[in-house]
Design a protein around this ligand. Structure first.
Ligand code: NAD
Length: 249
């Protein structure tokens, strides 16, 4: 299937590693000029940018903390200037800082909501401003199955990921008239650095929840994101699609 993404401009937040890096590589392989936005820089992002450029497209990294709105605006504008246009926004940068509610500090709550929810607001807003004028655009927000079902010791994370789902439904309604699609991809457990600190028994119980008997790879998520960024899915908006091997049915 030709996704018809050649020459489109795309931004992926949290693209230095994990799911974001896989999405960046996949979109670049489909012909998108690709910018990753990450709080990391230099050697941490060079390999991904190198892989992007090896696809024969433009690649760049913007160092920014997604929770800062002014950086989102400046970063987005710098990518538009470099690529000529941006049609695709993938919000993916996220963190965890777990604890049961009675032990969760205000700082723990604020930081996770700041990155995972306000960070998505920031980049959805700057993309919306641009896409509305173009009367074209694709927004894909990475949530989590735990934002749909709740998860022990993750009040901050699940609130942020559930918030992303609700915000995305609202934006699909607000932006549909401007030919902008807004969708959500909700992975189950994917073995990335985010999951490295998890105790073996938690990983085993998550694996047991899947009906396919395996964890997702970052590439399993990336293929779906690329489809949602293409016009092959132009009549899909306001959707939440899980990539979880049946972990949460
Ligand atoms: P990861 O930790 O491997 O990578 C996250 C990336 O985001 C890193 O490059 C990091 O530097 C960047 N980042 C973090 N905070 C940032 C900030 N404030 N500003 C800019 N960049 C920032 O994580 P991952 O596993 O690839 O997860 C990617 C997304 O997928 C997250 O939103 C996560 O919640 C979601 N998700 C992951 C899983 C999983 O099992 N790994 C499951 C469901 C959902």
């Amino acid at each position: 299937m030709d996704l018809g993404l050649g020459g489109k401009g795309a931004i992926v937040t949290g693209g230095a590693q994990g799911i974001g890096a896989a999405i960046a590589r996949c979109l670049a392989a489909e012909g998108c000029n690709l910018a990753i936005v990450d709080r990391r820089s230099g050697d941490d992002t060079a390999a991904v940018v190198g892989d992007i450029q090896a696809c024969g497209v433009k690649g760049m990294a913007v160092e920014a903390d997604v929770s800062v709105y002014s950086d989102a605006l400046a970063g987005f504008e710098s990518v538009v200037e470099a690529f000529g246009s941006v049609e695709i926004m993938v919000c993916n940068a996220g963190i965890t800082w777990d604890g049961v509610i009675w032990k969760m500090s205000e700082e723990q709550w604020d930081r996770v909501i700041g990155v995972n929810l306000k960070g998505y607001f920031n980049y959805n807003k700057v993309a919306a401003l641009h896409f509305k004028e173009m009367k074209y655009g694709k927004i894909v927000n990475i949530s989590s199955i735990n934002g749909l079902r709740g998860k022990f010791a993750q009040a901050n994370y699940t609130a942020s990921k559930g918030g992303v789902v609700a915000m995305s439904k609202t934006l699909a309604k607000e932006l549909g008239r401007y030919n902008v699609n807004v969708n959500v991809v909700a992975p189950g457990m994917v073995l990335t650095e985010m999951m490295e600190g998890l105790a073996p028994e938690f990983k085993a119980s998550a694996l047991a929840e899947t009906v396919l008997g395996r964890f997702a790879t970052p590439e399993d998520c990336a293929g779906l994101v690329a489809f949602l960024c293409s016009d092959q899915s132009k009549h899909i908006t306001g959707e939440i699609i899980k990539v979880d091997g049946g972990q949460y049915i």
